[in-house]
Design a protein around this ligand. Structure first.
Ligand code: T3D
Length: 266
């Protein structure tokens, strides 16, 4: 029997709706990032697609990178992993000359938060938690998080939430500009689709040029930033801190980062 696809793609009028569906927590795997890349390439090509809505099925938007998959490739280069997965995905989201709206609920963590922040707009269900995530498993930020997180939150707040790995609440996310709108959980789906449809009715070429202008003004070095993140993650990925962070997550216990063996090779 073939595995169910982790991404549902359906068109509602001018909106391409991408629904991540990988129970229990929509963790990002290689097949999922590949499916997202393919769907965004389709969105770029297809003139009938005038806006994209990215959302998650089930209890959360996404818990970020699938840590069981990460454990399975332990010892392999995280640079290569990022070059195949999040780096092209983030660039596609920013370069797509059509509006991309993310609808978030439950939780958005780690690399999935990076993906959500690379979208143009965000609407979140009340009660959604926003988790930096990377530091919990001894990693540095990737998926554009080193840029989008401080850009949207401000350096002081971004540093605090990165180093404490505490969750931001939906209200904080709204107040500090991480999301544009909140909706009651039971209204999220309808409000997100209505917003995406109103975007699809807008001047798509002017929207595309607006994205281009914002990218040029604020994100001209995005590709280099992603590449540098991949370099740093390659270092972090070989560390004792990462091994301990990942092991602790899988064993469902708090990590013990003090008194680890030295990483002579770093
Ligand atoms: O190169 C690279 O790709 C590196 C990049 C890494 C970036 C990252 O994304 S690191 C991951 C960052 N994510 C997190 O730190 C979030 C971890 N998860 C959570 O905090 C919680 O699971 C949620 C808040 C997302 C949801 O909470 P809740 O209470 O609804 O669910 P749960 O009970 O915590 O989790 C349900 C199951 O999903 C559980 O497994 P079990 O006990 O049923 O066998 C849990 O272990 C599993 N799970 C949760 N997150 C992940 C995961 N499995 C794989 N990967 C996960 N990220």
């Amino acid at each position: 029997m073939s595995e169910a696809s982790p991404l549902h793609v359906q068109q509602e009028g001018g909106v391409l709706v991408l629904t991540v569906d990988h129970p229990p927590v929509n963790a990002f795997t290689l097949p999922l990032t590949r499916a997202l890349q393919k769907a965004l390439a389709q969105a770029a090509r297809d003139r009938t697609v005038r806006a994209v809505l990215l959302r998650g099925a089930g209890r959360v938007f996404s818990a970020g990178q699938d840590l069981t998959e990460l454990q399975a490739v332990a010892g392999e280069s995280l640079r290569r992993h990022l070059q195949a997965t999040y780096n092209p995905l983030i660039l596609q989201l920013r370069r797509l000359e059509k509006p991309v709206l993310a609808a978030l609920h439950g939780a958005a963590a780690g690399a999935a938060l990076g993906v959500a922040l690379a979208c143009d707009l965000r609407i979140a269900a009340a009660g959604t938690r926003f988790l930096f995530g990377f530091s919990g498993i001894g990693l540095a930020p990737d998926s554009g998080m080193s840029l989008f997180f401080p850009l949207l939150l401000g350096l002081g707040r971004a540093t605090e939430f990165a180093l404490t790995n505490q969750a931001l609440t939906a209200e904080q996310a709204l107040q500090w500009g991480l999301v544009n709108r909140l909706a009651p959980p039971e209204r999220l789906e309808a409000e997100a689709l209505a917003w995406a449809q109103s975007l699809a009715a807008g001047p798509v070429q002017a929207f595309g040029l607006t994205k281009r202008a914002f990218n040029r003004a604020l994100l001209p070095h995005l590709e280099a930033v992603l590449d540098y993140e991949a370099h740093l993650q390659d270092v972090a990925g070989r560390s004792a801190e990462h091994r301990e962070g990942l092991q602790a997550f899988l064993e469902k216990r708090p990590p013990r980062f003090v008194e680890l063996p030295e990483d002579g090779a770093l």
